[in-house]
Design a binder for this molecule. Sequence first.
Ligand code: MN
Length: 224
Amino acid sequence: MTAYVINPPVETMVPVEGGGQFPVRRIYCVGRNYADHAREMGADPDREAPFFFSKPRDAVATRPEVAYPPATQDLHHEVELVLALGAGGSDLSPERAKMLIYGAAVGVDLTRRDLQAEAKKTGRPWDASKGFDQSAPIGLIRPGQSPESGEISLSVNGETRQSGDLNQMIWSSAEVVSHLSTLFRLEPGDLIYTGTPAGVGPVVSGDRVEAIVSNLPPLRFTLI
Ligand code: MN
């Protein structure tokens, strides 16, 4: 028996549609993967390629209530298609990269926009703006290939805030996995949040959020 000197961290898992649990290893995220969102954030999508950042694995939130985080006055929603990897690899072509995908889910990349703006201004890391507790709500994972077109939208208290189509992604799912595999060796259990369309905006405690991506199981949660 392993002699842990403290209790080991609890496993992070995401429920799979039809039963079972997907164990999470890492969470990667893509920035500026939809041209209209890049523009609303003041970037030029024709000149700046998408890029990656990450969240800690235990940022995953699968309960119907998500705690409004401390230290922000401007918590933003970003609806995203999430890829769940069932195999690993590095330096993969898009064709090979696609074969790593175990399934897909609807996610929200919660962002402390005020802290992110400060980090951008001062050239500091994004961890505090992106990687806080419960910053990665995610719905049920549906096994199979990820959808390549179809609605991606988010509503707050029944009012539509974000509405786009997956075919607006600058990098497709296969291209995202391919690019990422040139930077990191990917492994089973990795989640990839693939970026958000335009319309990001603030949420407050008490808000009911509903996120839709194609025909994947919808993600619904309330901020408390
Ligand atoms: Mn995002």
